[in-house]
Design a protein around this ligand. Structure first.
Ligand code: PEP
Ligand code: MN
Length: 339
């Protein structure tokens, strides 16, 4: 962190501030006296220093961070890619992992049927929402814990580990017991209480990007989970809000190389929620492979026109099979193998 002092501030005042910073935060401060002003360079762990508070000091002109505020998720302190383990299925590290399934669990036949179909086509994790974050309180809210039971039946029938979204801290115990990969949805990316609580689970966390959040905000949310003790975090780009209204969201493919540079965490892409239209899922999925994603999350429904949620963006099992056929050579070309 760098602090630029206002012109004319006395050396005595600077020394007082330096002593205070060193004592309160355990940092070392180097002073550079320029022609018009002095600059303080803080070395050490500055993550806990409140920049806004420092800026309020009448003798301070400007405060700048030269290091990222995230540590555990930072590539700088962990140069190798981390590989998440979802009940034996890896995400990251040369594998390409496909998560597929309906937006929401609707019945036993639906979820087990889709599970069998997506497994046959090459998916290695089954998704299904049981607690649904819906814009309208009058829309289908999901089957709740009954939905998790049906997911477990589909898991028993296929061996596919299950992925489902948690909406509130009070469900942590339930998810710890039932779910293999706990999803934190876009709308909850900055629900810090929830992030702290899922940080105490032993299960890996799939953290979706918020609707309008920057890379740094997204990584800081991962940092919350990691700081609470759970370092098994996977990021998921699912499109962001832009001025474009043709698509549901705008898939930000730049996020993949950017996150790779900033963080060691694995990153997957959800083309379904990004596009909002089934026919756009295949080209976006191919782009995600080409840009180096570690995997995909794709919505697949046995009967999209009658789906209780997100039918328009759902692939039929047949279309999903077609997609996997197109992806396979591309995955190989990228030097990866299906998980
Ligand atoms: C979902 O995966 O079903 C979902 C609601 O996604 P998002 O949080 O990205 O909108
Ligand atoms: Mn959905």
């Amino acid at each position: 962190m760098v602090i630029v002092m206002k012109p004319g501030v006395s050396q005595e005042t600077i020394q007082t501030l330096v002593a205070q910073l060193e004592q309160d935060h355990g940092v070392t401060v180097g002073i550079t006296n320029g022609v018009g002003c002095s600059i303080l360079g803080l070395v050490g762990d500055t993550a806990h220093i409140d920049m806004d508070k420092l800026s309020l000091n009448d003798d301070v002109e400007r405060v700048m961070r030269v290091q990222e505020p995230y540590k555990k998720a930072n590539r700088k302190f962990h140069p190798e890619d981390s590989v998440a383990d979802v009940s034996g299925v890896p995400i990251g590290g040369g594998k390409f992992t496909v998560i597929a399934g309906p937006c929401s669990v609707e019945s036993e036949e639906q979820i087990t049927g889709v599970a069998q179909d997506v497994k046959k086509a090459g998916a290695s994790l089954l998704r299904g929402g049981a607690f649904k974050p819906r814009t309208s309180p009058y829309s289908f809210q999901g089957m709740g814990s009954d939905g998790l039971e049906l997911l477990l039946e589909a898991k028993a029938a296929t061996g596919l580990p299950i992925v489902s979204e948690i909406m509130a801290p009070r469900y942590c115990e339930l998810f710890e017991e039932k779910v293999d990969l706990v999803q934190v949805g876009a709308r909850n990316m900055q629900n810090f209480d929830l992030l702290k609580e899922v940080g105490r689970l032993s299960k890996p966390i799939l953290l979706k990007r918020g609707l309008s959040n920057t890379y740094e905000e997204w990584i800081m949310s991962a940092e919350y989970i990691m700081a609470a003790g759970n370092e098994n975090v996977i990021l998921c780009e699912r499109g962001v809000r832009t001025f474009e209204t043709y698509t549901r969201n705008t898939l930000d493919l730049s996020a993949i190389p950017a996150i790779r540079k900033m963080s060691h965490l694995p990153i997957v892409v959800d083309p379904s929620h990004a596009a909002g239209m089934y026919w756009m899922v295949e080209p976006l999925a191919m782009a995600a492979v080409a840009v180096g994603a570690d995997g995909l999350m794709v919505e697949v429904h046995n009967d999209p026109p009658h789906a209780k949620c997100d039918g328009a963006q759902s692939l039929t099992p047949e279309k999903f099979r077609h997609l996997m056929g197109k992806l396979n050579p591309l995955i190989e070309l990228m030097g990866k193998a299906l998980a």
